[in-house]
Design a protein around this ligand. Sequence first.
Ligand SMILES: [Zn+2]
Length: 351
Amino acid sequence: MQKSIERIVGDSEGVSYEFPVFRFEGTDKAASSAYLQAALHAGELPGVVAIDALMPMLEKAEAEGRTKGSITIVPQANPIGRAQYHFGEHQGRFHLGTRTNFNRGFPLLAAPDVKLLPDTTLGTADQRLKSRLLQLSIGHDIVLDLHCDDEGLAYLYVHTSLWPAMADCAAAMGVDAVILWNEDTDGTFEGASITPYLKVPAEVARFDRRVATTVEYRGILDVDGALAGADAEGLYRLLVARGVVLDQALSTSGSFTGIVAPLENIDMMPAPRAGAVLYDVKPGDRVAKGALLATIVHAPGEAGGRTQLFAPQAGIILTRRSRRIIRAGEDLLKLVGDSKSADARSGTLED
Ligand SMILES: [Zn+2]
């Protein structure tokens, strides 16, 4: 395994950012290669500690000559966001300098060719970071972007072109749900990882062996040693299932039995009023149409000071907020409905 340091030039003199990259050299050029990154949203740490638990497993495999494909790992992909504190609160989701989401604005290339990447010399530091991360990842058969939600189940976003071919990956990782999407116009990292392959010949795209996914490892507070160990084993099983790592002692994962739903089925449930949220449901709960989801206490102690919110359709609660203060119009939770949502906003890649 080789460690190198990437350097991103900052937006003012004397400021630059660094992050380490770890590379395992594969022994078989024909084997699938993998790229893993975590904490693109810099405060989302379940994937970071999963990678920390995965590394010794990969080093053991390498020492025993079992790393067939090359593996590139970026445990903390966003040194800019990692350093952003605003009045004592960490802000790792948006770049403070440009107000741009760190997981938006990745270039959507017409083909998997790093020569097509835009020149970011005169761009902003976050654009240089995005360009570099994409450059590091392009060309790998397997690209995993490890995130987490507020509070939630473990789930994957997967482009429809990769499903059900990626069902073995979902089973290997042991996630609860898979959300299928079709179109990314905002340039998420996942979108930028799959878009270059959508218009090239099938023998180049190789959808049978391609993996690109945003992994949502539950909630922001689910940074836990036992979960990290289990998630590392899931990542390892995926690498074995796809032939990147050889491990004959590992049993197969079986078929995926979790929830599979298109993005259009998700109801985001905006809060009708601002106030304190009393949830009646938690991630994983199955709800019927009309079930009470949450109560917002917007005028405490007054008659009519509570507003209730009900399920627009039957489904499963995928996520909810980790904080209990809400503004009107902010989303209270994600409900994976049994059928298409009536909300026109559903259908956008939401991470
Ligand atoms: Zn995220």
